[in-house]
Write a protein that binds this ligand. Structure first.
Ligand code: UTP
Length: 290
């Protein structure tokens, strides 16, 4: 039986250049999809999976994330005195009781691998999850991370979430090399960052959900800079897979790349249509657009 996964790392120190100018002074993770910031969807998914310690790897211009998950006595007092009970509950429920936040800084955006390594002092020698909030994953049943923690309990090895991608589009993804690509869980023999289609070992692209055994930190420490001169998490995973089992996990759910304008708009439309308060009227509005 694998150890319980209590901690999740949220690397949010990237520059968000694809969303400029919106992200010049604001964290892209705070952009709202309908009525919640992107980061809150990620945190809700983690909490649903039983995570109780949230470790954010932040940088400058990301202060709003800390404020969002902090209590706000002035706002709560104001809502209470105005009798706005629903909004008060919403604000208080952002972080359920028993869940705590920790913030570590990544002084320079040296890559996702480096960002995860910055979380090492907060994680220690435990198994942990990594969630990239840009990848918003919607599923009517158990969330992607809950699916992965359940699989982790059974398999006991590190897991990387994957989904089928357009074979002509592999250069936009980390691509895994696995034996049985039709399986839900397949042992990973390699992983390549953004290969051209002719060199891609499969059409399974890495999505921003991982469950790691602590060995990933050793791999990160010994992995040199890779593509784009950055410390790549995929390179460290490839290194780790040489010394212990790592598996690709095909999750159930729909993923939206909210780090890109198109993915963000798609998520907004889909979740807007499903929103309990405005969904019906928004769907009617969309049906009326030519
Ligand atoms: P991205 O590749 O999306 O980079 O990072 P980015 O800077 O956030 O956005 P663009 O491409 O410039 O628009 C993937 C994830 O890794 C984190 C990002 O915050 C994002 O969650 N990251 C990336 C770091 O935390 N630190 C880094 O040095 C790089």
């Amino acid at each position: 039986m694998a150890a319980e996964v209590r901690k999740a790392v949220f690397p949010v120190a990237g520059l968000g250049t694809r969303f400029l100018p919106a992200t010049k002074a604001t964290a892209k993770e705070m952009l709202p999809v309908v009525d919640k910031p992107i980061i809150q969807y990620a945190v809700e998914e983690a909490v649903e999976a039983g995570i109780t310690e949230l470790v954010f790897v932040t940088a400058r211009a990301k202060r709003a994330i800390e404020d969002h998950f902090d209590r706000s006595p002035e706002l709560e007092g104001e809502l209470e005195s105005r009798g706005k009970a629903d909004q008060l509950r919403e604000v208080r429920d952002i972080l359920p009781p028993g869940v705590s936040c920790l913030y570590v800084r990544q002084a320079q955006a040296l890559g996702l691998g480096h960002a995860v390594l910055c979380a090492r002092p907060a994680v220690g020698e435990e198994c942990f999850a990594v969630i990239l909030p840009d990848d918003l994953i919607h599923h009517e049943g158990a969330g992607c991370l809950a699916q992965m923690t359940e699989t982790f309990e059974r398999e006991g090895c590190s897991l990387v979430a994957v989904e089928s991608v357009d074979p002509d589009d592999t250069a936009r993804w980390g691509i895994v090399d696995v034996a049985g690509s039709a399986e839900r869980v397949s042992t990973l023999s390699g992983i390549v960052e953004k290969p051209p289609p002719a060199e891609a070992p499969s059409n399974l692209g890495v999505v921003g959900r991982y469950l790691f055994r602590p060995g990933i930190f050793e791999a990160l420490e010994t992995t040199p800079r890779g593509a784009g001169g950055e410390y790549q998490l995929t390179d460290a995973i490839a290194r780790m897979a040489r010394s212990e089992r790592v598996a690709a996990y095909r999750f159930s759910g729909r993923r939206y790349d909210c780090g890109s304008k198109l993915g963000f708009l798609e998520a907004t439309v889909e979740l807007g249509r499903k929103h309990p308060e405005v969904g019906d009227r928004f769907s009617a509005f969309l049906a009326g657009i030519r």
